[in-house]
Structure formats: C-alpha cells, structure tokens
Design a protein around this ligand. Sequence first.
Ligand SMILES: Nc1nc2c(ncn2[C@@H]2O[C@H](COP(=O)(O)OP(=O)(O)OP(=O)(O)O)[C@@H](O)[C@H]2O)c(=O)[nH]1
Ligand SMILES: [Zn+2]
Length: 211
Amino acid sequence: MTIRYIAASRLPTPWATFTMHGFEDEATGKDHIALTLGDVDDGAPVLGRVHSECLTGDALFSMRCDCGYQLQEALKRIAAEGRGVLLYLRQEGRGIGLLNKIRAYHLQDQGADTVEANEQLGFDADLRRYDLCLPMLERLGIGALRLMTNNPRKVDALTRVGVEVSERVSLTTGLNPHNEHYLSTKAGKLGHMMALDDFTQASDVDIERKS
Ligand SMILES: Nc1nc2c(ncn2[C@@H]2O[C@H](COP(=O)(O)OP(=O)(O)OP(=O)(O)O)[C@@H](O)[C@H]2O)c(=O)[nH]1
Ligand SMILES: [Zn+2]
C-alpha cells in the first residue's frame, strides 16, 4: 500500500477553518482527504473521525442513514475542541460503490434490510478497508485517536492495522423516521453500540431536514 501526500489548503466551514490534506492511494487511484484543526502532532491523543464516503447522506441531504448528521456533528465537536482530525475515505456504500448502493437501496425499498440487500447482490455486509489510515495519520504526525464512532468493528479494524485508538467516543445523532429501521439493523446485525434512545433527533441538528 502506497499512500502519497499530494497537497494541503485551507478549508473554511461554518464551524472552523480546517486544513485539508489530499492523499492518493497509488494502488487504487482513489483520492482521500484529511481535515485537521489545531496542533495534532504534539503527541497527545487526537479527537478523530474516520468517515466513509456516503454521497447521498454527506452531500445530498439523505435521511435514509445517519452519515451526514455524523459528519456535521464530528466537525462541530472538533471545532469546539479546537483540535482534531477527520479522515474522509472514498469507500462509498461500505465499499460496494455508489451504483451498487443504489441497487441495495432499491432492494431495501422492497423490504430487505441493509445487510440482506448487500447479500442479495452477492456482497458481504461490509467490504471497507482501513489499512490506508495508518500512513495518513503518520504523515500528519498523529499517534493516537479518541475515535468518534458507534462501530466496535471499526475500532478493531483500525487497531489491527496499527492505529492506536485510546478511547471510543459515541456519535449518535440524526435519528429520523426514514433511518430508524436502518439504525436498528446496524445495532442488531452489525454490532453498533447504540440504542435509539441515545440519539439526537434529526430536527435538533443544524441543517433542517424535513421528514
Ligand atoms: N451498502 C450499503 N452501504 C450503506 C448503506 N447505508 C449507508 N451505507 C454506507 O455505509 C457507510 C457508513 O457506515 P455505517 O455502517 O453507517 O457507519 P460506520 O462508519 O461503520 O460506523 P460509525 O463510525 O458509527 O458511523 C458509508 O460508506 C455509506 O455510504 C446501505 O444501506 N447499504
Ligand atoms: Zn449514509
């Protein structure tokens, strides 16, 4: 695995002006980014989010999942702390790609849950890889993460590839009538550590999303 550091720039957002770092995975040709804020290379664990691409949730305001809400909440928390990192990994649809995710959503429209839909299409439930995270974090001088996630398998996968996760910080936000079943399936079948009672309702987040 060769991850090449390409360039950095300012990225102003409503919550803070981050530094955006561009990386290229030479094996796949995919580009990935990291946003950092503050002194992340001073040795102390860094508040972090490892976020997998969800074009529909992150950019198109989809209420089918919690991705967009989590992305926004993670950036807000990093801004509030004045220090942190977000890795934005281009592995859409838990690794099956955007068009297959649309196929999976079509099956879910007909009654399958998110895991069954993947399986009906011939994919495992989760094809994501996290091995690129270590070289990205090393390049940024980050040694350990206080990781914002509800997914213990993500913590295990990162640990296996050599990323030190010093703490798991839960990130339960964006519950709405359209994603309630999806979130229950993640908790039930994919092992996410969350109960629907823990969630901030979607109406409480900054971007107003009408149900
Ligand atoms: N195949 C498939 N992918 C989905 C679906 N809904 C969301 N995704 C993708 O799932 C990924 C996000 O994974 P999640 O399981 O929601 O969350 P996580 O990153 O494992 O865990 P958290 O850190 O707690 O958010 C993104 O790549 C989304 O594009 C779906 O129904 N089917
Ligand atoms: Zn999503």
